[in-house]
Design a protein around this ligand. Sequence first.
Ligand SMILES: Cc1ncc(COP(=O)(O)O)c(C=O)c1O
Length: 466
Amino acid sequence: MSPDTACIPRLTRHAPEAIRSWDNVHFLHPWESMSPDPADRVIAAAGEGIHLVDAEGRRLIDGPGGMWCVQIGYGRREMAEVIAAQALKLAYHSPWAFASEPSALLARRLAEMAPGDLGTVFFTTGGSSAVDSALRFAQFYNNLRGRPEKKLFLARERGYHGSTYLAASVTGKDRWQNTMDAERRLVRFLPDIAPNRRPPGMSVEDWTDAKVDDLSRAIREEGADRIAAFIAEPVMASGGVVVPPGDYVRRTRDLCRAHDILYISDEVVTGFGRLGHWFASEPVFGIVPDILTCAKGLTSGYLPLGAMIVSDRLLAEISGEDRAEVMFRNGYTYSGHPVCCAAALKNIEIIEREGLLDHVRTVAPQFQARLAALGRHEIVGDTRGLGLLGCVEGTARPDLPEEKRVKIDHEFGQRVDEACEARGLIVRPLLNMCVFSPPLIITPAEIDRMFDILDEAIAEVGAAMM
Ligand SMILES: Cc1ncc(COP(=O)(O)O)c(C=O)c1O
């Protein structure tokens, strides 16, 4: 009997060992290690509410909400029904040749939610393609405005914007990039803005001034006439949940506007309720960007979909009677996919009906207080977050012996992750950090359970490593 038919467990058709071995041998996962040792990942077999269920039936709280995306939680029957109904009615149409009800409705809805005059939506297949499209739009815009030399992008160290060649090129996570190519000639990175990395004794106000000066200097040195756009996440997510200091976001947006540099707000993580609002740019940070990118929570991860939302002013500036032959030659077979758009519309309906934006604003103080309390552990160097986004970082205290510091720097995240998983919680390890962004439906009792587990796990790791 072959291993795949030897045992028919409840949650998977094939035996978990068979699935694991096919996965190990044939599936090159994102950020796959080149080690010959098998990765032996946990098999995600089902999902219910805020829980993932593995092939052995173990229920785990999904701390990262998938990959910052499962806003409404798993196992929503009405999502499955809408997806099935749209697939039966019209599974696909060419976005070149046809319009359809789901994509037109969703575009109108997103235009209503987006700040300011961001009224035109370009649909993509996910976050990377949304960022890629936004950057390509910025170049296209400058070509049409007769300034083809205005092409440079400003981005930030530690920012993450995706995995297409262009999105990866504006990604500033250097530790992860050293063996992959990127188009660096198109990009200048601004130094780290993380407030916990400021020099000892420096106030947050002075740090904010210094970070705004980094942008001024880059504009001065490169020349505003060469810079197309500045791209920034309102809160850097994969870079370690870096909440910008003071009024940094508003001041950098104003500087860009003053120098005719487009501001692209990458809300792939911060959109759809993560910070208690549809988008964070305006209500949380007080800015209206020129272009906004989103994905992930747009469908709560039920289907892949992304979008870039563009200012109508920009489009008006490059449109005209004489421009009929000029095209934005960028698009995907699956732009505005009707089934994905139907899923997004249902997801938005659920977020609205269940008051999840209000819910996030209500439970965020408890979430942030429990997160901050993890700072009591000696091994924790920093805790930070906003809304339902959080990060706990291992200490880099200079008085620790070098060997200990290196170990914490490389292993803290992984060890906390393992200790949490043994207790029924998934967190996302990133070297010396663990990040989390649970489904927005998480209740106060579940938040307590999540942080009780983190607290125990960190105590265990601290006892072993300090
Ligand atoms: C801020 C940000 N932008 C873009 C992306 C890329 O999105 P995707 O993985 O859907 O292509 C991500 C993914 O984590 C992200 O965090």
